[in-house]
Design a protein around this ligand. Structure first.
Ligand SMILES: Cc1cc2nc3c(=O)[nH]c(=O)nc-3n(C[C@H](O)[C@H](O)[C@H](O)COP(=O)(O)OP(=O)(O)OC[C@H]3O[C@@H](n4cnc5c(N)ncnc54)[C@H](O)[C@@H]3O)c2cc1C
Length: 512
């Protein structure tokens, strides 16, 4: 009688409810199903896929060294894989943690449970601080931080993370194929490192968590305030924890993160939500509660949490979108960030603000879902609920959006709340090297540089580097006006719909 522990967004042995549940089984097969229809370069970028493969390697190593077991990774449709393992008698049961919000994963587990009602056992997820349904039972999910703080107060302290099992039941005698590689999945080899050289896996993730909590003897984590951190960052010590990829793949449990933070906070005065580190974990919680509550429409426009804005979708918008995606907009801050994303799978939070505002309401008026999909592909920490939550916010369309008319200036970086703090223009040098010979004061706005400086630096605007695709000042003003009108039109349409009431059934109409 073998129980498979199906690892999903919990690539770890600590705080793993499925693994803990299977500890009483006669024999345990640790299983990961890698869907090749998902792990493909157009859906999951190479950096993100590499992080996943590193995490699987690390999990496999832990299972071998600590438990004398081994990870069984099958490349194939997950539900078909599980069916096959049950049918051929390799396993008699499969235990897994429930998905909270992502429609693709919810649909997958539904298929597994429907096909194997007697063998499949879903256990409550450890992917959030709180049980999502218990939180939603308290009322509508919060859309702003004060609501989240109140909800956390009502729910009390999050459950303690589960300990890693001390032993595991023996593994059945099943031959496992070698772990997949980028190449075996059809990716080209990557020659560059991920941001700050991070590597996937529970071991490195837990080590990173400890290091972040010990930075400056805990003072750094206690004093952490997100809006004060620097966006144009790519080297040295990251300005934020850089734990998100580990949390997204579940190499580090968010409850373990929270517990470590609580212990650090207990040692001295600390910042408060929304800006504090705890505030960041609460934003994550809010994203998931909203995602669970609204389901697939959370990722769509229009919806109850998304205004119906008339984004441009014509050929010229497509060209602007492509320039944005490739880092060729003519605005060095935006281009550096988009190239960093592609090369390193990473962007600081405020750089994410800069590029998402620029693509949507700020400058290009392209649909937010286009940018969302690029982030979903390329970010190491891509996460369905969090990515949608933040894109909805930055596009100006959600109840939690900042005022839509406050747009970021993409070149006047010295005084911006984007906290670029790059007087020497190092960020531009690193990711937009064609501008590196310009004097620092012109690096973020080369079109304002005197001709002599441009020619000395070998920059020919329109040839070696694009001219700005839009004039920020004029375009953002026009966009704000358009957004205002679209909002008004959507409001009027909804009021007139409400006034008319629900459509009268045909029969009732006749009888009148
Ligand atoms: C347009 C846009 C898209 C984003 N897409 C994602 C995404 O797909 N996945 C993702 O994890 N984050 C996303 N974020 C949120 C945020 O930028 C990252 O979580 C953060 O930059 C990760 O860095 P860190 O781990 O150093 O964060 P820290 O500041 O150290 O925060 C600690 C943890 O809190 C959580 N967190 C932090 N900020 C947020 C936030 N704004 N919303 C929800 N959770 C948060 C993360 O799990 C993070 O690891 C997005 C932000 C924007 C503006």
């Amino acid at each position: 009688m073998t129980t498979a522990v199906w690892f999903r967004k919990n690539l770890r042995v600590h705080d793993n409810a499925a693994l803990t549940q299977a500890c009483d089984a006669e024999s345990v097969l640790p299983l990961y199903c890698l869907d090749p229809a998902w792990a493909t370069p157009s859906i999951v970028g190479p950096n993100r896929c590499r992080f996943l493969l590193e995490s699987l390697e690390d999990l496999d190593a832990t299972l071998r060294t600590r438990y004398g077991s081994k990870l069984h990774v099958v490349v194939g449709d997950p539900s078909e894989t599980i069916t096959k393992l049950i049918r051929d008698g390799t396993i008699t049961k499969v235990v897994f943690e429930e998905e909270i919000a992502e429609p693709r994963e919810l649909e997958l587990e539904k298929r597994v449970v429907e096909a194997h009602p007697d063998e499949a056992q879903a256990v409550p997820s450890t992917h959030l601080l709180y049980d999502a349904d218990a939180a939603l039972a308290k009322g509508a999910p919060p859309t702003k931080m004060p609501g989240m703080v109140t909800l956390a107060g009502k729910l009390g302290a999050p459950a303690k993370p589960l300990m890693a099992p001390s032993t595991l039941p023996p593994r059945p005698d099943v031959t496992s194929p070698p772990l997949p590689s980028l190449e075996s999945l059809g990716y080209s080899p990557i020659t560059t490192k991920a941001a700050y050289g991070v590597q996937g896996g529970e071991s490195t993730g837990l080590q990173r968590l400890q290091e972040q909590m010990k930075r400056e003897n805990g003072k750094w984590a206690r004093a952490f305030e997100k809006p004060k951190t620097t966006s144009a960052s790519f080297e040295g010590e990251p300005p934020t924890t850089l734990l998100s990829p580990y949390v997204a793949f579940g190499c580090v449990s968010v409850r373990t993160f929270h517990q470590a933070l609580k212990e650090t906070y207990a040692k001295g005065p600390h910042a408060q939500p929304p800006t504090s580190l705890l505030g960041q974990l609460y934003f994550r919680e809010m994203s998931y509660l909203l995602g669970r509550k609204h389901g697939a429409p959370f990722a769509e426009q229009p919806s109850v949490v998304c205004k119906d804005i008339d984004w441009d979708t014509d050929e010229s918008a497509e060209k602007r979108f492509q320039a944005w995606e490739r880092g060729k907009t003519g605005y060095p801050l935006i281009d550096a960030a988009m190239r960093q994303l592609r090369e390193q799978g990473w962007l600081h939070h405020l750089a994410r603000h800069a590029v998402s505002c620029f693509l949507t309401r700020g400058d290009f008026y392209c649909h937010w879902t286009r940018g969302r999909d690029v982030f979903d592909r390329d970010l190491l920490d891509a996460d369905w609920a969090i990515n949608n939550f933040n894109w909805l916010g930055l596009a100006g369309v959600a109840p939690w959006s900042p005022p839509f008319f406050r747009v970021y200036n993409p070149f006047n970086v010295g005084s911006s709340s984007l906290n670029v703090r790059d007087a020497e223009g190092k960020y531009v040098d690193r990711f937009v090297p064609e501008l590196s010979k310009l004097p620092p004061r012109h690096k973020y706005a080369p079109w304002l540089a005197p001709k002599s400086d441009l020619s000395k630096a070998g920059v020919k605007l329109g040839e070696t580097y694009p001219r700005p695709i839009v004039d920020h000042k004029a375009q953002s003003k026009a966009n704000i006006e358009r957004f205002k009108q679209a909002q008004r039109a959507a409001k009027e349409a909804s009021t007139s719909k409400k006034r008319k009431g629900p459509p009268v059934p045909a029969k009732a109409k006749k009888s009148k």
